[in-house]
Design a protein around this ligand. Structure first.
Ligand SMILES: [Zn+2]
Ligand SMILES: [Zn+2]
Length: 268
């Protein structure tokens, strides 16, 4: 049966992932452990992701992205010893996977990603910034489907970006750098829901009436600062909306933040 799971992880379809999760849930309902599948799932990830330790990031293309991405979650879930908890985790994974839909939008390209990473370097952010605090390399999954809820996501503990086919009008380049912004604030603060204290102060100056969530503001202004005055400027939705005097303050803030980033300096 482990072979069957690996075969279903190896094909790019959504249905095969739904089948695996249904199967694992049925076993748990019958009080059968799923732990025996963990090792083959891990072997599959190592083989398909081919994440070299010489690089700070790796890219998993559309053929294996969904299988590896879902496989990574399942690898953790099947080792959950509490069956009730495991059943809940698997149910969440099932809902997540079922929300993928076919789409004709263009997926982010690997070559474009390489250019975006070069743009980050030009901004002062070497690729060592892409490691997380546990020195785990960034994994970028190019998932060839669309979701109604999100265009992309960053998972701090997996240090992974899932890049989906974007909904209308969203640019995958902007979405990618938005997710890198999530990685950045997580690496600085150690908490994906927090922004640096200096940003709370900056936001009082540029956004005095703001009462909402600061993380999304941080990552969007970060993406703006990286993309402005580059070949990707037209892909950023905020460049036209931010007044010129505020633009300068924001760019200065992020340039300083990047150059003062102690954690990444130790990694280089
Ligand atoms: Zn893991
Ligand atoms: Zn976000």
């Amino acid at each position: 049966m482990a072979n069957n799971i690996i075969n279903k992880l190896s094909d790019p379809s959504v249905e095969s992932k739904v089948e695996i999760i249904h199967y694992l849930i049925k076993r748990i309902e019958r009080k059968q452990t799923n732990e025996l599948f963990a090792e083959s799932i891990l072997d599959h990830l190592l083989e398909r992701e081919k994440c070299s330790h010489l690089s700070h990031y790796c890219m998993v293309g559309p053929k294996y992205a969904l299988g590896c991405f879902v496989g990574h979650f399942l690898y953790h879930y099947v080792t959950e010893p509490n069956f009730k908890k495991q059943e809940k985790l698997l149910a969440t994974a099932l809902d997540y996977v079922k929300a993928f839909e076919p789409s004709n939008s263009a997926l982010l390209k690997k070559t474009t990603t390489t250019k975006l990473i070069r743009t980050l370097e030009n901004f002062g952010m070497p690729s060592s910034f892409l490691l997380n605090r546990e020195y785990r390399q960034l994994r970028i999954y190019y998932i060839p489907y669309q979701r109604a809820d999100l265009n992309g996501a960053y998972y701090p503990h997996l240090n992974s970006i899932a890049s989906y086919k974007p909904k209308e009008k969203s640019s995958p380049e902007y979405i990618f750098l938005h997710e890198i912004g999530h990685l950045f604030t997580y690496n600085i603060t150690g908490d994906p829901n927090k922004v640096p204290g200096s940003f709370i102060e900056l936001n009082k100056v540029i956004n005095p009436t703001w009462k909402g969530d600061l993380v999304e503001v941080f990552v969007d202004l970060f993406s703006f600062s990286v993309m402005v005055d580059t070949e990707f400027a037209s892909k950023n939705p905020f460049i036209k909306k931010i007044p010129p005097n505020a633009q300068k303050i924001i760019i200065d803030y992020f340039s300083k933040l990047v150059s003062n980033c102690g954690y990444a300096k130790q990694l280089e």
